[in-house]
Write a protein that binds this ligand. Structure first.
Ligand SMILES: *Cc1c(COP(=O)(O)O)cnc(C)c1O
Length: 461
């Protein structure tokens, strides 16, 4: 008789192997190698008892695509595995992921702490929408000083939040220190890990309890769809805190006074189950299986793309630092950067590919450079295979006050790049040409005489 292998005997597969194999959940009997795209709103019940069992949860089959769908389930499985989580829920956008992650924990009357450098859409969600629900956010000033978190904790503080690689400034947070501080106050630490992706960082390994992503960025990777995902570490001890998280200690079936609670039924996965069924399921944040399929395709090449993205980003940041017009480059992969030590600790595979640099010539210089590029696309997005360029002070960060922008280091000459996977020589040639325009020169177009006109599709017809 052969012994059942124990987990320690099992071979540990690498990231690239997992990204292509971990999500396969079988298919409909045709031998398809990829989990197919199941565009079906509902799923057939064989008979009366079958329908009843699906609703009771004693049969875990599919019911309705707002709640679960086989295409989405395959993507949820691979993302949970890659993040070392116990479960994942796909949602309609990164904003929906932030909403579901935090509203599963917080209720009216609660207070939570956030690191100061976060996505502007998330900041607006916290300050505007959450405030209307009676949930109060407070921003710490120095996120890497645990005392700054400690001294702001109140009786009603229920969660700490931060963003792994904030952009445009790349002012990295010390994830382990913040998770430790949160746990000293018996509250979970939630993190937006969109920019690193699990290939560069697994926040759960450093103590994070809830991880979310905008899959619109590197995970889908090709700039084709909006989506989000929430992943639960399954480690926070919700059972120990009925005072702080009473909803998980209440019956799952609301009118059942002595019923089974979320903690009784799901244990450490109680928050995951509640977030999925009650928050995502009822607010109706579900991701279309079509978009889930696009995420599945993207995830299969995540490691390959991220290797190229980060290698290109380091080369470009190094080049930018040498240009006389550049006052500073916010890329922690550079040894000169104040966050370099944190980058070495958390991002040994590369410090991402979304960063800013500041031109000493201010907005006018930024405008000249921005309008001169030919390979970089002028667009507000990140994590695309294509390289993108943006002027945050007049776009993503234009709603902040001047004082807020100054405090965040978003100066008028700041430009953000999301470095793509093109040949780095071409990206450097594009920037070199744009810098020559900035210097008042008139270099020829990289596309030769006539520029873009040569690419007109009707040519020759
Ligand atoms: C884009 C982004 C979001 C929001 O995601 P959407 O898919 O656009 O809703 C949240 N956090 C970060 C870091 C992002 O880059």
């Amino acid at each position: 008789m052969t012994e059942t292998p124990t987990p320690s005997d099992a071979h540990e597969f690498g990231f690239s192997t997992e990204q292509v194999h971990a999500g396969y959940l079988g298919e409909g009997g045709y031998g398809a190698r990829i989990t197919p795209l199941y565009l079906s709103a509902g799923f057939i019940f064989d008979d009366f008892e079958h329908a009843k069992a699906r609703f009771a949860g004693t049969d875990l089959g599919y019911v309705y695509s707002r709640i679960n769908n086989p295409t989405n389930a395959a993507v949820e499985k691979v993302l949970a595995d890659l993040e070392h989580g116990v479960g994942a829920t796909l949602v309609g956008s990164g904003q929906a992921a932030a909403t579901v992650s935090l509203l599963s924990v917080l209720k009216a009357g609660d207070h939570f702490l956030s690191a100061p450098s976060i996505y502007e859409g998330t900041r607006a969600l916290f300050r505007g929408n959450f405030a209307r629900f009676g949930i109060e956010v407070e921003f710490v000033e120095n996120p890497n000083d645990p005392d700054d978190w400690h001294r702001r904790v109140r009786d009603n503080t229920r969660l700490f939040f931060g963003e792994a690689i904030p952009n445009p400034k790349n002012d990295l947070i010390d994830i382990e220190a913040i998770a430790t501080a949160a746990h000293e106050h018996d509250v979970p630490f939630a993190i937006d890990s969109t920019v690193p992706t699990p290939y560069l960082l697994r926040p759960i390994d450093y103590g994070a309890d809830i991880v979310f992503h905008s899959t619109s960025k590197f995970l889908a990777g090709h700039g084709n769809s909006i989506g989000g995902v929430v992943i639960d570490a399954g480690r926070f001890d919700w059972a120990a805190h009925p005072d702080k998280y009473p909803h998980l200690h209440q019956p799952i079936v609301e009118d059942d006074a002595d019923g089974v609670t979320w903690i009784d039924k799901f244990g450490a996965k109680a928050n995951f189950a509640f977030a999925r069924a009650v928050v995502a399921g009822r607010f109706g944040t579900s991701l279309s299986p079509f978009n889930a399929f696009l995420v599945q395709q993207g995830v299969e090449t995540l490691s390959l793309r991220l290797e190229r993205h980060t290698r290109n980003a380091l080369a470009i940041a190094t080049w930018l630092e040498q240009q006389p017009e550049v006052a500073s480059v916010d890329y922690p992969g550079l040894p000169s950067n104040p966050f370099h030590a944190l980058a070495q600790k958390y991002y040994p595979r590369g410090a991402g590919s979304v960063f800013a640099f500041t031109l000493s010539g201010g907005e006018e210089a930024a405008k000249a450079l921005y309008d001169a590029v030919e390979v970089f696309t002028r667009m507000t997005h990140i994590g695309d295979v294509r390289s993108l360029i943006l002027h945050p002070p007049t776009t993503t960060h234009s709603k902040l006050s001047q004082a807020e922008r100054d405090r965040a280091g978003i100066h008028p000459g700041l430009i953000r790049l999301s470095v793509g996977i093109e040949d780095v020589e071409d990206l450097l040639a594009d920037l070199d040409r744009a810098f020559r325009v900035l210097r008042g020169e008139t270099p020829p177009s990289l596309r030769g005489e006539g520029g873009d006109a040569e690419l007109t599709p009707a040519d020759g017809l």
